[in-house]
Design a protein around this ligand. Structure first.
Ligand code: C5P
Length: 324
């Protein structure tokens, strides 16, 4: 029987139409809220010892890493809310993550990175750290470098104190600079609302304000202070969690942005179970009783002009992992 199917002419046409796009990997990594952040006195290395309970929330940065011709180097593009506020040069943490992984594994640092922002920029929610976490995982998959998880977490810690947590996700206790992580047991889902400001706060300036407020004599941090918080997480009890939220940097952030005091007050007036500045701010986080309640707090913040953008979401969320 004569073979069927396209002859040589149509084969070449088919080939042209279905030419494979360059290999590409898409990875999502979460933003975070510090359920508790306790800060000790500045040490000689320029960092403060911390005890922090992190929770990842379902606001994600998405990084697409696409193969490019050998010798092309790293390129970076960004889209999404506040994309114009993000540097697209080697100072970007995602770019640095690609270079660090290439150096560690001995591959050539050739990749086109694209970031889709889903976490407020410079808001105390680790958006830049999530970019670095996602870029590390995406490049490791694209370049097939198969870096073991523990090494990947070490590289993450070299990029920034919050980057290992953005790789890990869920809920975890961080010590050291915040980079030494122990996963925490939690039950259920918590409903969060975030009031983000168009103008961010720089993390070093908030830590410097903290040093001024404490006169450089902050008491040592102690894991035992988190007992009530850990119990609330294990029980999945949002009321107890709301009461246990804590942030040593809050007063420092308020000293730089006094208007955040009103944002916190509105959340409490609207029945939030707890309200705190997220990390070094200026984003304010409110814990709600339910999704409906989260929407009510968001609507009140918007109506009162207390935020430039409001976000409702849930936690805990997964760490850096590939999608679709
Ligand atoms: O680690 P990362 O680069 O994200 O930290 C940014 C800045 O935040 C540091 O340069 C330091 O000023 C401050 N920081 C600190 N203590 C920490 C973490 C960060 O003082 N534990």
């Amino acid at each position: 029987m004569k073979p069927t199917g396209p002859g040589p002419a149509s084969t070449s046409r088919t080939t042209r139409l279905t030419a494979a796009p360059p290999p590409s990997v898409r990875v999502r990594a979460p933003g975070k809220v510090n359920l508790s952040l306790r800060v000790g006195a500045l040490e000689d290395d320029g960092y403060h010892p911390l005890v922090s309970v992190f929770q990842a929330v379902a606001l994600f940065e998405e990084v697409t890493a696409t193969q490019v011709a050998p010798g092309s180097g790293v390129t970076l593009t960004v889209d999404g809310p506040q994309a114009e506020a993000v540097p697209v040069d080697p100072s970007n943490l995602a770019w640095r993550a690609a270079l660090l992984l290439a150096e560690h594994t001995g591959v050539d640092p050739d990749v086109a990175l694209h970031l889709r922002k889903g976490v407020p920029v410079a808001g105390g929610m680790a958006g830049g750290s999530a970019d670095a976490a996602a870029a590390l995982v995406a490049c490791d998959l694209l370049w097939e470098t198969g870096v073991p998880r523990t090494d990947l977490l070490d590289l993450a810690a070299r990029l920034g104190s919050d980057v290992p947590f953005c790789v890990l996700g869920h809920t975890a206790v961080g010590t050291g600079r915040g980079h030494l992580l122990t996963p925490a047991m939690t039950r259920g889902e918590f409903h969060w609302v975030f009031a983000a400001q168009a103008e961010g706060l720089s993390t070093p300036s908030v830590f410097a304000a903290y040093d001024d407020l404490t006169g450089g004599n902050a008491p040592p941090v102690d894991l035992a202070d988190e007992t009530a918080l850990m119990q609330a997480l294990r029980a999945g009890d949002p009321t107890a969690l709301g009461a246990a939220l804590h942030n040593d940097l809050q007063e420092a952030a308020l000293s730089l942005r006094p208007e955040l005091g009103r944002t916190l007050e509105i959340a409490r007036e609207t029945g939030a179970l707890g309200a705190i500045v997220s990390g070094s701010g200026p984003t304010v986080a409110a814990l709600a009783r339910s999704r409906q309640h989260a929407l009510a707090i968001a609507a009140t913040w918007t109506a009162e002009g207390a935020a430039d953008t409001v976000w409702t979401t849930t936690g805990p969320a997964h760490g850096a992992r590939p999608v679709g």
